[in-house]
Design a protein around this ligand. Structure first.
Ligand code: PGA
Length: 251
């Protein structure tokens, strides 16, 4: 009932020319694939990506947005502007935003609300550090992030969300959570949604896994009942790898 989403987070990679080249390669091979496909390029490549992926099933996302619609916020971009630029999705609360740029749950919450207001679909990232995983704090950390970002949201708001569970220790490190470990955590997140917004919403919201997803591990991850897609960094930069992820074998 939940259509899988395979999403590429390009981070600070690929200029306009490289974006166009990737699109040509991907679209050459891409058929009528079952999962939804999204690419989040850098802001300056969005216009190029919009043109290159026009008339294709590939949807566009942004990697961040600001919580305000306009004003004296040097260097920021609004959700409305991203919508205008052709985005359907926006990734919010990525661990790199939290850790390098100091974003906290309160700001992330405001950004989610701004995105919803602009009819952009937020992908909220949550995840624990290695230290927290090893000291048995994973659920406490995730609960705090979920609570901080989503408390007092209405079920209607939550319906438009996608969550991404990205253990920080697995991002860009080559270490992936085992499918069983990821499934257990996804089930915990879905149970949290159930308790706060009810079973119907909890069953509707997609929960993506992120952290060193590759052609070699995507099948086992996607075979888990509560893993509804992947948020992919490194392996989304090569069209052949990304296509293989889109064509995961369903369990
Ligand atoms: P990775 O990044 O696939 O390179 O580990 C995932 C992410 O940061 O979203």
């Amino acid at each position: 009932m939940r259509r899988p989403l395979i999403a590429g987070n390009w981070k600070l990679n690929k200029n306009q020319e490289e974006t166009a080249a990737f699109a040509r390669e991907l679209l050459f091979d891409l058929g009528d694939e079952f999962p939804e496909v999204m690419i989040a390029p850098v802001f300056t490549s969005l216009a190029e990506a919009k043109q290159a992926f026009a008339n294709s099933p590939v949807r566009l996302g942004a990697q961040n947005c600001y919580a305000e619609t306009g004003g004296a916020f040097t260097g920021e971009i609004s959700a409305e502007m991203l919508k205008e630029a052709g985005c359907d999705y926006v990734i919010l609360g990525h661990s790199e935003r939290r850790e390098i740029f100091g974003e906290d749950d309160t700001l992330i919450r405001r950004k989610i609300l701004a995105a919803l207001q602009a009819r952009l679909l937020p992908i909220l990232c949550i995840g624990e550090s290695l230290e927290h995983r090893e000291s048995g704090q994973t659920e406490v950390v995730l609960q705090k992030q979920l609570q901080g970002a989503l408390a007092e949201f209405t079920p209607e708001q939550v319906e438009h969300l996608t969550l991404a569970y990205e253990p920080i220790w697995a991002i860009g490190t080559g270490k992936t959570a085992t499918p069983e470990m990821a499934q257990e955590t996804h089930a915990f997140i879905r149970n949290w949604l159930d308790q706060h917004f009810g079973d119907i919403e909890a069953q509707k919201v997609r929960i993506l896994y992120g952290g060193s997803v590759k052609p070699g591990n995507v099948d086992a991850l996607m075979a888990q009942p509560d893993i509804d897609g992947a948020l992919v960094g490194g392996a989304s930069l090569q069209s052949k790898d990304f296509l293989r992820l889109i064509r995961f074998e369903q369990g």
